[in-house]
Write a protein that binds this ligand. Structure first.
Ligand SMILES: [Cu+2]
Length: 92
């Protein structure tokens, strides 16, 4: 699966922190990951990971980013990440 295809699996990244940016110590984001592939996948970022997601199913992962930066994400099932199921999320 290409890196671009994997990026499409991350359908929605919703910023749930309602306070003004200057007032909050960290940004909390809920990822809704939909597996549109034909085998199981997962999604790991910043030390948190979904369960294995079956084809056609979805999982939600709530992650807090303490500071701005680039955070690697990947699928840790098998060696999927070696075949491109990875990327970096920029948090500003
Ligand atoms: Cu995978």
């Amino acid at each position: 699966m290409s890196r671009t295809r994997f990026a499409l699996l991350i359908v929605l990244a919703l910023l749930v922190a309602a306070a003004p940016a200057a007032a909050r110590p960290a940004a909390t984001t809920a990822f809704v990951v939909i597996n549109v592939g034909k085998i199981n996948h997962d999604f790991k970022i910043n030390g948190k990971k979904t369960a294995s997601i079956a084809p056609g199913k979805r999982a939600k992962l709530v992650v807090t980013f303490a500071k701005a930066g680039r955070y690697p994400y990947l699928c840790v099932i098998g060696q999927h990440w070696k075949f491109g199921m990875k990327g970096r999320l920029k948090v500003t």
